[in-house]
Design a protein around this ligand. Structure first.
Ligand SMILES: [Zn+2]
Length: 290
């Protein structure tokens, strides 16, 4: 599932190819991915910006000189937004097809492809382009750009003291954009066990976590995301962060730092991998005993 670094990479790769261009044709073939009525409304609109909030992409569309619509995209499990060559046959499971034209009449084909068909595209009216649509209201703070502040993290964790750290990081209302891969990598980088309860973190541990969150995500953005199965950027290029993973998908293998065998458990319904030596659980006992 694309997480913040993958969605941000897609945003960055699509931006120069799509903004400033007007949608000439728009076709949706799977109504559950995008309604035909929404799709028809895209025609004649110009893309002026692409933003990201958590794992959502938001295309700002203008009609005449005024911002008029947000096109929201959530890729869910296997959704992809791809620039596609007109001369090449459309890949299987293409559900939305947009033809865009620049002022100098260059045409671009943007497609939404999704084998599992859980991804969604929908529209919201723009009242004020500095205000994101209300779909984003429940999301927690952004962890990068600017980097998440320690005080913000502390406040967010305080709202969910009983959650394990793994569950807290996965919860989009605590922090936006983190999924299973980066939750495991962040907790390893912070030296904190995924089972520890959010409310038991000491001040130093909050600092460690506040440092690890933007650090891991920024590094993953710099490596253009993680490609394990399906993810590619807007130009169909794979990411490189899979080569940098320390724990995710490595259960049973030795820790890159200490050599201890990495363990696997299930937390918040998700497979979780950690190093019992680099992420020791005694820190929790010490915190709660005192
Ligand atoms: Zn280790």
């Amino acid at each position: 599932m694309p997480e913040l670094p993958e969605v941000e990479t897609i945003r960055k790769t699509l931006w120069p190819a799509v903004t400033g261009r007007t949608i000439l044709q728009a076709e949706a073939s799977a109504n559950e991915v995008m309604s035909v009525e929404d799709c028809e409304q895209l025609i004649g609109k110009t893309v002026t910006d692409i933003r990201r909030r958590g794992k959502y992409l938001l295309f700002l569309l203008q009609e005449g000189n005024r911002p008029s619509l947000w096109l929201l995209v959530h890729l869910r499990m296997t959704g992809r937004l791809l620039i596609h060559r007109f001369e090449d046959p459309l890949p299987k499971h293409t559900h939305v097809r947009l033809v865009l034209q620049s002022v100098d009449l260059q045409r671009t084909l943007l497609i939404f492809q999704d084998t599992r068909r859980f991804g969604r595209m929908w529209l919201r009216r723009v009242s004020d382009s500095s205000q994101l649509p209300t779909d984003m209201d429940k999301l927690g703070p952004e962890p990068v750009d600017p980097p998440l502040a320690k005080e913000t993290l502390k406040k967010q964790l305080k709202k969910h003291p009983a959650l394990t750290l793994k569950a807290a990081l996965l919860n989009q209302s605590v922090i936006a954009g983190i999924g299973n891969i980066y939750a495991d990598e962040i907790l390893y980088a912070a030296g904190l066990p995924p089972q520890q309860r959010a409310g038991t973190l000491g001040d130093n541990q909050i600092s460690q976590l506040a440092t690890a969150i933007p650090q891991v995500l920024q590094q993953a953005i710099a490596e253009c995301g993680t490609t394990l199965r399906n993810y590619v950027d807007g130009w169909s290029r794979e990411g490189r962060f899979q080569n940098c993973l320390n724990v995710y998908g490595r259960a049973g293998l030795p820790c890159r730092h200490c050599g201890q065998t990495l363990l696997k458990t299930r937390l918040a319904g998700r497979t979780t991998t950690w190093c019992p030596s680099c992420q020791p659980r005694h820190s929790e006992a010490r915190q709660t005993d005192s």
